[in-house]
Ligand binder design. Structure first.
Ligand code: CA
Length: 221
């Protein structure tokens, strides 16, 4: 994912930067509200981590402006303001979630994943775009990218990946996958397709569950 951090506190900013980069995300960190909107408009971020008390302005003003421009990317507010009123205010102006400082990094990561996942619902409520680490699958457009670069998959490979992603965190048995994706084949064909798919999307996305089948795990992403 590509994440934008707006946070003036050096210790928090540095910690977030290093943890998110370690997780394989690309991160842009700024310490001022100035130019933040412009950056969001020109760069393709997947999520924003927003501090409210900034030296040159208030994060809520920034968030309000961002939403009024029609920018829908998920925003997670990080703030020390604990009152319920502030929280409700944050949601009212278009925050996707709220985290009270001080917070634990694992909690931030979990919430970040959750808001990005929720953000992947299309307007009619049907999930059509999935993100797994550096992989993005767009069902409607039959498009897969890896780290932003298009990946060319065969029809079968696409169908396999889509089936696994749609039922992530659940093992799909070989029989299930074969009947859905390869109804007329037999023998080792499934493994060959998985092998080819992994060469294109990376080894880590699809897990082999020995003797049973395959699965995609959200938390591995
Ligand atoms: Ca601050």
């Amino acid at each position: 994912m590509k994440i934008f951090i707006i946070e003036d506190d050096l210790a928090i900013g540095r910690a977030l930067l290093s943890v998110l980069q370690d997780e394989g995300h690309s991160v842009v960190w700024v310490r001022l509200a100035m130019n933040a909107i412009q950056k969001i408009q020109t760069e393709n971020f997947d999520a924003v981590l927003l501090d409210l008390g900034l030296p040159d302005g208030d994060g809520t003003t920034l968030l309000r402006e961002l939403r009024s421009l029609g920018l829908r990317l998920p925003v997670l507010i990080m703030t020390a303001r604990e009152s319920l009123e502030d929280r409700l205010n944050g949601f009212n102006i278009g925050a996707d979630d709220y985290l009270i400082k001080p917070f634990e990094i694992p909690e931030l990561l979990a919430r970040l994943r959750a808001i990005v996942r929720r953000g992947n619902f299309s307007i009619d409520g049907a999930e059509s775009i999935w993100n797994f680490g550096e992989i993005m699958l767009d069902e409607g457009r039959m498009l897969v990218t890896r780290a932003g670069q298009p990946v060319t998959l065969s029809k079968t490979e696409f169908a396999l990946l889509l089936n696994l992603i749609k039922q992530s965190d659940r093992v799909l048995t070989r029989a299930e996958l074969e009947s859905r994706v390869l109804p007329h084949s037999e023998g080792q064909t499934l493994d060959v397709h998985i092998f080819n798919l992994r060469k294109k999307i990376g080894e880590r996305v699809i897990r082999t569950v020995r003797g049973v089948g395959y699965m995609v795990q959200r938390d591995n992403a």
